[in-house]
Design a protein around this ligand. Structure first.
Ligand code: BG6
Length: 474
């Protein structure tokens, strides 16, 4: 087995799902704070229900999350114990610019992340920073309409520039937007979009996506200018669509479904909208709001690597009656009879990871980085205080095996692998604590009860060996 010696093993989190401390350190309010637990979460996340203030009827898990805001030293120490080479985290925009359009950044927020990066360095952990993981200042949503407004480009670029300057020498791996293709599936979360009645939702999403793509290119440009050592990646919610049958109609549907995700990454990697994407936008009755200079910005500032999340493959059918039978990370899918599913209905397909990696590498010919993978499952703390999460070990083992095959057998270039939610955190899709991904258990439940105690699970010790052996010992 031969993964590169400097292969970046690690884990990933996002600020809003682990930090808490929503009103501490001068932090402003963000869209993700207002995502409630329960049935309304999906409606709010898709921009169909307005939730711009906290109310008494709902519980808002991100307010406290797993309180990493106060536990980060202890948590990073545990990552160090596992031997992490990298830790992927995101910046809460509202810690740096609480409203989003201020002149000057909030020093307390900047210092918070600087401390985190220094703590990582203590253990030889390379930070991998997502500039924007599903968060948008509420002030920008209420006063500018979120990413539908072109002014968002300037606010975001200012944030990015502030980070590149302040953390020069401390951080070198950056991702501009988490799962940029999620904008079509969870638009309030991905781009701060809420839809007014009678509005053309599709046009709003196409406009917001274009703004994010231009912002991503401008940030990439700045990152390279400020420090030529910087490596910038795009990030896609991946997991290839398979056709349900060999009927050409199903195969064509799978191509079209895949393209609805690829089109974002095509722009970030190739530097232009491919012909099919322009035709797609037109078919939706939308116009891509190009302005003077956009074409050059996109063309001249493509990403250095392609990062992606992978939880599952998906299945397409041309038969509209099949519709959505299950979901895979908010994306609709027909059920694949050859696969088992998680307790949340996400299909488990390790070989799909190898397939997805090959498809992405064939398409982009740039190094890949798997920045999310894992199994959301309910864990039980035994009487002796241990957590025996063999199901998680099994899932990860099979996926890592497939990943190594893609590298060794197929020649895919891969920079690293970070599992999702390396410490338990709140679920983005459901807001639950019960849906756990971590190597480290956090004593907290769906309703917010618990001591916040951290307990290494069985998978903690297993992953430590995987890293130690560079994937040879699974
Ligand atoms: C990805 C996101 O979509 O999937 C994460 O980048 C998210 O933020 C992860 O948590 C898993 O999804 P869920 O719904 O199980 O939390």
């Amino acid at each position: 087995m031969s993964l590169p010696k400097n292969f970046l093993w690690g884990g990933a989190t996002a600020a809003n799902q682990c930090e808490g401390g929503f009103n501490e350190g001068g932090r402003g309010l963000a869209n993700v704070d207002l995502m409630p637990l329960g049935a309304d979460r999906y409606l709010v996340g898709t921009g169909q229900k307005k939730m711009f203030r906290f109310d008494e009827e709902h519980f808002y898990p991100a307010k406290t999350a797993v309180d990493m805001y106060h536990h980060y030293k202890e948590d990073i120490k545990l990552f160090g114990e596992m031997g992490f080479k990298t830790y992927r985290l995101s910046i809460a925009w509202t810690r740096i610019f609480p409203k989003g359009d201020e002149e000057k950044p909030n020093e307390e927020g900047l210092a918070f992340y600087e401390n985190i990066f220094r703590e990582c360095r203590k253990y030889g952990i390379e930070p991998l920073v997502t500039i924007n993981h599903f968060d948008c200042p509420m002030y920008l949503i209420e006063n500018y309409g979120g990413w539908r407004n072109r002014k968002m480009i300037d606010f975001y670029v200012k944030l990015a520039q502030t980070l590149f300057k302040r953390y020069k020498g401390l951080v070198k791996y950056w991702l501009t937007f988490n799962e940029i293709n999620m904008i079509l599936h969870f638009p309030f979360v991905a781009a701060g979009l809420y839809f007014e009645k009678g509005e053309n939702d599709k046009q709003v999403m196409v406009t917001a996506a274009h703004h994010e793509l231009v912002a991503s290119s401008l940030a990439t440009k700045l990152a390279h200018e400020i420090d030529p050592e910087n490596q910038v990646g795009c990030m896609m919610a991946a997991g290839s669509y398979y056709p349900e049958t060999c009927n050409p109609e199903d195969y064509w549907k799978a191509i079209c479904d895949n393209r609805e995700s690829y089109m974002f990454i095509d722009v970030q990697s190739w530097g232009y909208y491919p012909a099919y994407a322009k035709k797609w936008a037109k078919r939706q009755g939308t116009v891509i709001p190009f302005e003077k200079g956009d074409e050059e910005i996109l063309r001249d500032n493509t990403v250095d690597f392609i990062s992606f999340s992978y939880y599952s493959s998906r299945v397409s059918s041309a038969n509209p009656e099949k519709g959505k039978q299950t979901e895979s990370n908010i994306f609709a899918s027909v059920v694949n009879p050859y696969l088992k599913s998680s307790d949340w209905g996400w299909m488990i397909d390790p070989m799909g990871l190898r397939i997805t990696m090959n498809e992405l590498y064939d398409r982009y010919r740039k190094p890949l980085f798997i920045v999310e993978n894992g199994l959301g499952a309910a864990d039980t703390v035994e009487e002796d205080g241990t957590v025996a999460d063999d199901y998680r070990i099994e899932y990860l083992k099979e996926h890592i095996r497939a990943m190594i095959e893609a590298v060794e057998e197929d020649g895919v270039e891969l920079l690293g692998y970070t599992t999702w939610g390396c410490i338990d955190l709140i679920s983005n899709g459901t807001g639950e604590m019960k849906k756990r991904y971590g190597f480290i258990y956090v004593d907290r439940d769906n309703e917010g009860n618990g001591t916040m105690q951290r307990i290494p699970k069985k998978s903690f010790y297993w992953y430590k060996k995987v890293i130690e052996s560079n994937g040879n010992c699974l």
